[in-house]
Design a protein around this ligand. Sequence first.
Ligand code: AMP
Ligand code: SF4
Length: 449
Amino acid sequence: MCGIFGVSTPKKDQILEDVYLGLYALQHRGQESAGIAWIDDEAHLQIQKGMGLVHAALNQEKLAKEKTTCAIGHVRYVTAGKSSLINAQPLHASYSKGHVAIAHNGNITNAEGLKRDLESRGAIFQSATDTEVILHLMAHEQNLSPIDALIKSLSKLRGAFSIVALIEGSLVAARDPWGFRPLTIGKRDGIFYVASESCALDIVKASYVRDVRPGEIIIINEGNIKSLNIDTKATRRFRCSFEYVYLARPDSDIDGHSVYDVRLKLGQKLAKTCPCPQGELVLGMPDSGTIGALGYAFTSKLPFEMAIVRNRYVGRTFIQPTRRVRELGVQIKLNPIDNLIRDKKIVVVDDSIIRGTTSKIALRFLREAGAKEIHLRIASPPVKFPCIYGIDTPTSSDLAAAKMDVETLKKHIGADSLCFLDIEDLIGSIDLPEIELCTACFSGNYMEE
Ligand code: AMP
Ligand code: SF4
């Protein structure tokens, strides 16, 4: 998962701070590195990139002073290629047709095959990212203009790609024909914005225009927006359902559906299919389980308490690279309020179980805090299959629900009962037809290549 952001203004302006702020709002989508590319006074590409969080990676003061008409930005979370500055985005290239910068969210599933083919034709890759394939594909289209070369290159890709690019002074944005990763358009005072999530439009006070449609390429220049299509036939869509479950911020809307509302519904449906008549109190695993827990408590008419407190200054545990740090991370991150829990039969709601470490450790400290019974309710189906579209769940051997059935998992985690949401209820809560959604990590139904 990564976050991307782009701006295009008809007259030169200090818009790099907007990109900085947009990336800040998208920080949850990637914490490894951040970068911004823009076009300077001499029509040259300028790039600032760094490792770590946005504030550490980028120089806000310097960026705020620059004036430009067009800029893109990226926050990276490693899915393809190692964590190092050479893989940080935006990537850029200068070739015979000019300068190009590109930032990408998603995972191109046929990248390896394309890369081998390009290498056999003389291409030398600098980074280990699948994104660089797009630049090399473009460079091999010598007879086409850079924008046409991009359009043709995108038609060769399979899998997930939401991109923003700077080409010939225009801001170009595109979303793969299956619609895996979100991408939305906003506008303020004639300035156009493109962002992975609508929460990044809010911070720059841009109003929502619409989402980029699956398979659409938009070219924004001097206040005009032009829409084209990627020449790939997609028989159905694969919008990522996990964005609604966990990945996206709850204050974002994706494809017209509020992430908050979906999470609330997931909890409400969970209360119907996985009731807990003996429960006395509902609590959510912060922050990701909180909204689902609210929905669960509302429907089951049980009291809701914020009985686990989260240290706000610790990042998401799954971003930490090793198991040891991940486990420690949970303890650093979460702390129960013993008085609320002691001698109670509690219902704990979380959004998902991936490796099973968070719930196992959390349930241990909830027992130590004196909980009499702990009933774990998960507001999504069991994650049994790896995501190959850009989310870090690499192999089935890392996925708790792939290794164990629900009963074994319940014992492993140490819960008195464990119950997951059905896939049908996940789809019903998002309120999109099944053929519009990807549920591969739950169902194993991957896209046919
Ligand atoms: P764990 O089961 O210990 O891997 O932690 C699961 C929790 O991490 C979930 O409740 C989510 O809040 C969060 N999470 C969501 N997606 C992922 C992911 N792809 N990898 C790891 N953790 C995730
Ligand atoms: Fe999203 Fe899961 Fe599909 Fe990956 S496999 S795109 S996480 S729904």
